[in-house]
Design a protein around this ligand. Sequence first.
Ligand code: ADP
Ligand code: MG
Ligand code: MG
Length: 540
Amino acid sequence: MGGLDNLVANTAYLKGGDEKEMRKRRRSLSLPKPEQCVSIRAAVGKEFEMLCERQPIGKKFFRKFLLESNPQYVAAAEFLDELIDWDLAEGAGKDKLRTNIINKFCKADSKSFLSYLTGEVADKCKAVSDKDFEDVMMGKVKDATREYLKEKPFTEYQTSPNFDKFLQWKEYEKQKITDKYFHEFRTLGKGGFGEVCAVQVKNSGQMYACKKLCKKRLKQKNGEGMALLEKQILEKVNSLFLVNLSYAYDSKTHLCLVMTLMNGGDLRYHIYNIGEKGLEIDRINYYIAQVTTGILHLHAMDIAYRDMKPENVLLDSFGQCRLSDLGLAVELPGEKTINQKVRAGTSGYMAPEILKKEPYRMSVDWWALGCSIYEMVSARLPFKDYKEKVQKEEVARRTLEDECKYEHKNFDEGTKTIIDLFLKKKIDERLGCRTKNEDPRKHEWFKSINFPRLEAGLIDPPWVPKPNVVYAKDTGDIKDFSEIKGIVFDDKDDKFFKEFNTGAVPIAWQQEMIDSGLFDEARSRNIFTPVHTFFLWISN
Ligand code: ADP
Ligand code: MG
Ligand code: MG
């Protein structure tokens, strides 16, 4: 496709596919009948956090159950809701919400008093003041509320009609996914095993990016293990600052990863190809705040990202960014380290411990983040100039021996300070590594960022992509993948394809149902009760 075609295709997909067809599909949506949901009841497990907090539809039904139950349950549910509102509020509104919470939930004579609290927590709650509000309410009182809900309310919920409805959605979630589930739009980029293109779910209208991995090419290059690993890591993570996986399926020719669509281009493109080279400091600050939160999310799950660089940070159409390409990410449970035979990462972003082939864990991501901030300011790397023809060995030598210099006019003192901290050659002096789980977001440099609001997606991005521009080099030659001959699949391959094809990823899929309005539409049409039951009931 040439430049103009591309532009047209890009706008076309922003409008969304065929509206009429979509409405027809939506009207015909019906959930599996309750009697079809017997096996799913055992399969969903009994874990409170997964059933009632992390899965968006599960969370909605549990909350609904609480609000329809006794005053104690209602108080607990409302308290948690209002605590979130308070956490995200700012200025005078925040003070008002705090006063409301204290009066409503902490006074023994209020009808919404949290009467399930006992002992020391109850005393602390009753005595809470403006000063220790955050400490007490976000700490012990919130914890005790969750502990309370996990017991009797959770047990009762699992035998309630609301839970039955949740199971119907869980059964529906298991549907088989094929190419027919999506409309396909323009190509967005090219990966090692195939193209990435924009797709739209036919029944919800939701847009995604689909990363296609050619089965033959995978087999030819022994890439199966890597592909499965990337998929397994992607499906575990769920963060506003990571490209999330919504579906994994296979077609006759490809394995497909359907992920968050990011059509604002990657940060490398923005640094080098738009306007003056480099980015303004407030944009850098905002992007790095998001990226740092994304990295911390991975680290909290014992995952090292290992490919931090601007090229892997993608912008969506609102100007929010996420980390992508988790192909190098590895899980390092417990104290496990990487003991390298080969160096992994990109030249110019590799930490000294990688270059020296020493064992490492998460530290390499903070080093690479320092390199990335440096690059966003000055459009070059600390130890490698833009387009400099230089051997990897020389970049390695400079990385190990040289001091980082700040010659570009755009560096300010604060930014130099934080880069210096990320570029400490000794791991235990590096920001993010100086104590166990050190949180770099506490650094001065981030002081203007309200992280709870950032994590709720409530802070306006400093820059918004124009809707009719494709922020990528012309993708004209992208479709040219050479034909692969002489590869045939055996039983082992088929087993691997099956293992890959797990369909919808629960949290992301449920969010899609909610965001697209399908969840509410289904409820208002009450598709939970099959029509035939209704007629049976009349004829009796
Ligand atoms: P590979 O691991 O094979 O390098 P990537 O995951 O890096 O594949 O994807 C290849 C290219 O596709 C990227 O450089 C980017 O241009 C584009 N791309 C990848 N993921 C997305 C996404 N979620 N949204 C939009 N474009 C994407
Ligand atoms: Mg890539
Ligand atoms: Mg990759």
